[in-house]
Design a protein around this ligand. Structure first.
Ligand code: ATP
Length: 311
């Protein structure tokens, strides 16, 4: 588990992170979201021990990054935004070199590199110089180097940025596979990517953590219901507007005559289903659909990062 405790980072007068408290439980895939300059790379650099916080602390599995840096770093594999690759080395040679740096025993290195190449789909290019590979393969080599030494946690800074659509799909699939056996933290601008891959989401805005939790927690208890009922809007809309607990009735397009579709915005904790059912029975308007309408991650993100000041 990685913990940032009241972690603040200043670059001279610029405060890039302010008193961030973040606990990343073992086994989760956490997406770190934020607009440009929100502090994502800074947060990842703190987690990897690349630099220390100006104040606060970073803990890995209960150990302090400042006092036990080697033990902490051994538990983390890092893919920076621009992975440091040696172009003239072969893929296998490079992974052998990184494995040695990561203190894998010499006799275990060939098997270790073979396993990592298998996991990352690099067998076919293992003998090729890194400099001759496509961007997608180079990214795989970067991820493979993060896996050297078998760290249980992987930290990936914008792993799909700059890749073509096919490579994006392949790297996402690799991250999904790695997430089955590792704790994964990655930063991204792409909300659908985070929604697809992550079990938890943390949103940074102007250096502050404005929200963290599972997708369900972020989406919260829905206060909006989508309703479709058989009956003319002129008859149903006024009746729905008068229903206790309903704040707003937003008509929706159906393209079908004789069907009313609406979004009902309800008061917090209002229980309207029984009254709604009775009302529609009285109006002889059978319900065709009644379902909670959840905010998308995009809506949540835009709401939390809308203001100039972090909420
Ligand atoms: P991006 O999505 O553009 O990579 P980010 O969310 O990763 O952005 P950071 O790179 O962590 O954000 O930067 C946070 C803030 O700190 C930004 O305002 C940035 O300009 C500033 N910053 C980052 N590194 C330094 C530095 N070495 N010196 C001064 N300011 C810095």
């Amino acid at each position: 588990m990685i913990e940032l405790c009241q972690a603040t980072k200043r670059y001279g007068p610029k405060e890039a992170l302010h008193a961030v408290d973040l606990r990343i439980p073992e086994g989760c895939v956490l997406g770190l979201l934020g607009v440009n300059g929100a502090g994502k790379t800074t947060a990842l650099n703190l987690m990897t021990g690349y630099f220390p916080p100006t104040s606060g602390s970073v803990r890995v599995d209960g150990m302090d990054m400042l006092t036990q840096p080697r033990a902490c770093k051994r538990r983390i594999g890092y893919l920076p935004e621009q992975p440091p690759l040696y172009d003239e080395m072969s893929v296998a040679g490079f992974l052998t070199f990184v494995s040695r740096l990561r203190e894998v025993k010499d006799r275990d290195i060939p098997g270790h590199v073979k396993d990592i190449c298998g996991l990352c789909g690099l067998e076919e290019v293992a003998g090729r110089p890194v400099g001759k590979l496509s961007k997608g393969y180079r990214q795989r080599v970067g991820i493979a180097s993060a896996l050297c030494g078998d760290p249980p946690t992987l930290i990936l800074d914008e792993p799909t940025v700059g890749l073509d659509p096919r490579q994006v799909v392949e790297i996402r699939s690799l991250i999904r596979t790695l997430g089955e056996t590792h704790t994964v933290v990655f930063s991204s601008h792409l909300l659908p990517e985070v929604q697809q891959l992550c079990t938890r989401v943390a949103i940074l805005h102007q250096g502050r953590l404005v929200r963290e939790g599972s997708l369900e927690e972020l989406q919260g208890g829905s206060r909006r219901l989508r309703l479709e009922a058989l009956g003319a809007p002129e008859k149903l809309l006024p009746a729905l507007r008068g229903l206790p607990g309903v704040q707003r009735v937003l008509p929706q397009e159906t393209g079908e005559a004789g069907v009313t579709a609406v979004l009902l915005e309800c008061e917090e904790k209002a229980e309207i289903s029984e009254a709604l059912f009775r009302l529609l029975c009285a109006l002889d308007a059978p319900i065709r659909l009644l379902a909670p309408e959840r905010d998308s991650l995009e809506e949540i993100f835009l709401r939390l990062t809308a203001g100039k000041e972090a909420p």
